[in-house]
Design a protein around this ligand. Structure first.
Ligand SMILES: Nc1ncnc2c1ncn2[C@@H]1O[C@H](COP(=O)(O)OP(=O)(O)OP(=O)(O)O)[C@@H](O)[C@H]1O
Ligand SMILES: [Mg+2]
Length: 148
């Protein structure tokens, strides 16, 4: 598990940008944490850190944004996905296993569909209003003591 502390949206983006390369071969990256925790902010930094200049925005209505690049990045928002039928209609399973990097907000809603090798990024609120604790765990992220 890797743990980071952020005190602003900008800091969250910078943390994500710094660790981005480690996600190149991750496949599915599932975000956990409630509304306004900074998932989209983290993804903005992550995409930038992969040298991908796409504009990152919340795909709440589109469900999936395609940012292209290498690795090919898809940004999902599962906020409105509540059933297996919903999930199939997003095309989620068609995006898996072809070397793409799938970044998934509101992964809590599709927990049972996530592959075993999923990497999780959990963001929770710290003591101060703008503080966030960011924890990354799963495949290849078992190293301890790496902090910003
Ligand atoms: N340390 C921080 N890191 C990230 N965002 C922060 C932080 N402190 C305050 N914020 C604020 O929290 C909000 C995070 O918004 P963002 O869209 O990234 O969250 P989200 O988790 O994607 O939300 P949603 O569940 O609605 O998709 C922004 O308004 C941002 O300014
Ligand atoms: Mg979001």
């Amino acid at each position: 598990m890797r743990e980071f502390f952020s005190n602003s949206e900008k800091e969250t983006e910078i943390i994500a940008e710094k660790v981005a390369k480690d996600f190149s071969n991750c496949g599915v990256v599932a975000f956990r944490g409630g509304m306004g925790m900074g998932k989209t902010a983290f993804i903005r930094g992550l995409v930038r850190g992969l040298n991908n200049s796409s504009f990152v925005s919340s795909p709440t209505f589109a469900i999936v944004n395609d940012y292209g690049g290498k690795p090919h990045v898809f940004h999902f928002d599962m906020y409105r996905v509540n059933t297996w039928d919903d999930l199939y209609s997003t095309g989620f399973f068609d995006y898996m296993d072809n070397g793409s990097l799938l970044l998934i907000e509101w992964s809590e809603n599709i927990e049972e569909a996530l592959p075993e090798e999923t990497v999780y990024i959990e963001i929770e609120k710290g003591e101060a209003e703008n503080q966030r604790i960011i924890r990354i765990y799963g495949k290849d992220f078992s190293l301890e003591g790496i902090r910003n």
